[in-house]
Design a binder for this molecule. Structure first.
Ligand SMILES: Nc1ncnc2c1ncn2[C@@H]1O[C@H](COP(=O)(O)OP(=O)(O)O)[C@@H](O)[C@H]1O
Ligand SMILES: [Mg+2]
Length: 266
């Protein structure tokens, strides 16, 4: 009982939870009327991020403009500390910009309040990080089902969908394993299933293969490519691996506060 995710699941009825999600959805007033359905999925205008620190103002980037079209698999490369994670956090409504606008799936994410941002993330964004952040006391299937439970889906249905997703990441026989009973590559596969179980349009991946050996990293990247294609995703992947970056449809480099097309090391 204490170890079931369902005891921690929202107790409100599904209808009430869906009503809450609808209420938390952005109002039409903050959806730009000029964003055509066929336009970019992400449009960033004049984006700036700076921090006030004891040693003065730290400007990570200033006046960034870029677009990502639906279906693109974009790699972002750049040295440590240049602001790649911060940029992904801003795109995924986990952090607020200091200036500029970020239209993501037609919504200006910079204008969302905390509840709206949470509903937006649950609906539109799948996020994976370098470390899997799976909950250790729950099974792989329960971890994958978690975002569905958070939306108020009935546990039986959520577990059924989780099982389907474990199959998609080739782990149908690992559903009852806890994260500690899985390899690093398997943990990232489960994290990918959890990121995509709510069928978001956008996958944001922050060094998802950074903690894996080369062979395992290659396999996880292949899985990302496959899921990206079969689920019609738009994906942005931060990586230090130039070989993998160059298999993406486009590579951008973040350096000195500028985001530029990266032609490769050759
Ligand atoms: N809350 C904060 N206050 C001040 N500086 C921060 C804060 N958060 C991040 N930074 C700094 O911003 C820089 C960029 O961080 P990050 O986006 O994680 O870079 P990357 O992912 O490219 O390695 C780092 O130098 C980090 O120390
Ligand atoms: Mg980072």
């Amino acid at each position: 009982m204490t170890n079931s995710p369902f005891s921690a699941a929202p107790q409100a009825s599904r209808a009430a939870r869906e009503g809450e999600l609808r209420a938390a959805s952005p109002s039409p007033a903050i959806e730009p009327a000029s964003q055509p359905a066929s336009g970019p999925l992400i449009r960033v205008e004049g984006l700036g991020k700076s921090y006030r620190t004891a040693r003065g103002k730290l400007v990570l980037f200033d006046n960034l403009d870029f677009e990502v079209a639906p279906g693109e698999l974009v790699a972002i490369v750049g040295q440590s500390g240049t602001g790649k994670s911060t940029l992904l956090h801003i795109l995924g409504a986990l952090d607020a910009p200091s200036a500029g606008r970020v239209y993501c799936a037609s919504i200006d994410v910079a204008t969302l309040g905390p509840r709206e941002a949470a509903a937006f993330r649950n609906r539109e964004i799948g996020y994976v990080w370098q470390f899997h952040y799976l909950l250790p006391e729950f099974t792989a299937a329960e971890n994958v089902a978690m975002p569905l439970l958070a939306r108020g889906m009935r546990p039986a249905e959520a577990m059924q969908r989780a099982a389907q997703w474990l199959k998609e990441v080739d782990l149908e026989d690992r559903g009852t394993h806890r994260p500690g009973e899985l390899s690093g590559g398997e943990q990232q596969r489960v994290a990918l299933a959890r990121a995509l179980v709510c069928e978001p349009r956008l996958l944001l991946a922050d060094e998802p293969t950074g903690d894996l050996d080369d062979t395992t990293a290659g396999r996880v990247f292949e899985l990302i490519e496959r899921l990206h294609a079969t689920h019609g995703l738009t994906s942005i992947l931060v990586t230090h691996n130039l070989e993998l970056a160059q298999r993406c449809t486009r590579t951008l480099r973040l350096a000195n506060g500028r985001l530029t097309a990266f032609a490769g090391a050759a």
